[in-house]
Ligand binder design. Structure first.
Ligand SMILES: *Cc1c(COP(=O)(O)O)cnc(C)c1O
Length: 389
């Protein structure tokens, strides 16, 4: 039997060692203490700066005072707290969907929902760059899995043709993709995929983890901003990134949501998130949809434009994620360390989060970064030669 120490030694030898660092954000700034070192951080998915905002701090405290700390049991066993029901109603209205269901995280939403939608005898087709939770949900489902190269619609079309022949009259075909890809920051070709899935009579699940809060006039997400919302059966996302809190959601027709309530195992067999969390998410959604949300989105896009200009990047999709692909794991770690010594915390992303040979720094921009921080960071990165011509 191999020991965990032996396995860890292999992980270390291949440059894939992961370690936990103490990260302490400094309220009101994009600075943090990382293992005690004061750095500007470019690592958080809190794109709108809501997680540490005065508004949500206050709302969370008040909600705990009103609703208590824990939920106590799963929602079917003890009953569902009004805060969860109100949140789901508001989420559905926000997304223009018939119904919504919330989960303790986006990851749990995917691994609960996908196996409730497809199973043995069905086919699930994933974009190659899909997040681990979509892959894990697909594996757990028992459906036959097909993968197409990132945004390759021709390959998707041929998978759909193949799948049509595989499934019987009751069989389902589900396409899973993201609206904004988490490690590349580029867009999924949603319009192209929706057209193909309609032609094939398939279903579509879009993960808006990096879209919700950011796109559309009220931050509804990219699918909705493109007017595709009501043509996508299953719209999933997280409440943990731009929304600033924690949790996952799925918006769909009443029937799909009822099916998840009846067979989504990660929802049925897990304690409900604290009701104060749901209550605070309601507050975050109001902010996102209002003028404060618009102001924060405006600042975020100004910051992204400033970073692109400072780094000489052009033609990229407008997202807060900017990858700096380095190649080898060790080189990505070294660049990350060099940037830390210059005062900036940018995480190195390695296999299996991204494919081998494409290790990178993942830069995420927030509405709360200042222009000085952007200039300083871009200067450090340029100096470290990766953007020199
Ligand atoms: C972060 C992420 C998730 C998971 O959401 P959590 O709420 O953090 O569990 C799902 N999908 C994508 C694309 C993500 O980036």
């Amino acid at each position: 039997m191999r020991t965990p120490e032996e396995e860890l030694a292999e992980i270390r030898a291949s440059g894939l060692w992961r370690q936990v660092r103490s990260f302490d954000p400094i309220p009101g700034a994009m600075e943090c203490l990382l293992d005690g070192r004061r750095l500007v951080h470019w690592a958080s998915n809190d794109y709108l700066g809501l997680a540490n905002s005065e508004e949500l701090r206050t709302a969370f405290q008040e909600a705990v005072g009103k609703l208590g700390a824990g939920a106590g049991a799963s929602r079917l066993v003890v009953g569902t707290r009004p805060a969860h029901l109100a949140l789901e109603e508001e989420l559905a209205a926000f997304k223009g969907a018939e119904a919504a269901l919330t989960f303790s995280s986006g990851y749990v939403a995917a691994v609960s929902a996908i196996p409730a939608i497809v199973g043995k005898g069905d086919v699930i087709i994933l974009d190659k760059l899909c997040h681990a939770c979509l892959i894990d949900g697909a594996r757990l489902s028992g459906a036959t899995i097909r993968v197409f190269p990132h945004n390759d619609l021709e390959k998707l079309r041929s998978h759909l043709e193949w799948a049509r022949k595989q499934v019987d009259a009751k069989g389902r075909i589900l396409i899973a993709a993201e609206s904004v890809y988490s490690m590349d920051g580029d867009f999924g070709d949603l319009a192209g995929m929706v057209a193909l899935k309609e032609e094939a009579g398939a279903l579509m699940l879009v993960d808006e983890a990096h879209g919700v809060g950011l796109y559309g006039p009220h931050g509804e997400g990219r699918a909705d901003a493109l007017g595709l919302g009501d043509r996508i059966e299953l719209r999933m996302g997280t409440l943990s990134k731009a929304v600033g809190l924690a949790g996952g959601y799925l918006c769909a027709s009443r029937a799909w949501i009822d099916l998840l309530i009846n067979s989504g195992r990660g929802w049925i067999y897990s304690t409900a998130p604290p009701p104060a969390m749901a209550e605070t998410v309601r507050c975050a959604l109001r902010i996102i949809q209002g003028s404060e949300g618009e102001r924060r989105r405006g600042r975020l896009w100004e910051n992204v434009a400033a970073l692109d200009t400072a780094l000489g990047l052009t033609g990229l999709d407008l997202s807060p994620i900017r990858p700096v692909v380095v190649g080898q794991s060790e080189a990505a770690l070294a660049l990350s360390e060099d940037l830390r010594s210059r005062g900036h915390h940018v995480p190195a992303i390695r296999f299996p989060t991204v494919s081998k040979g494409t290790a990178r720094l993942r830069v995420s921009v927030s509405a709360d970064h200042s222009l000085e921080e952007i200039e300083s960071f871009a200067g450090a990165l340029r100096e470290l030669r990766h953007f020199s011509d």
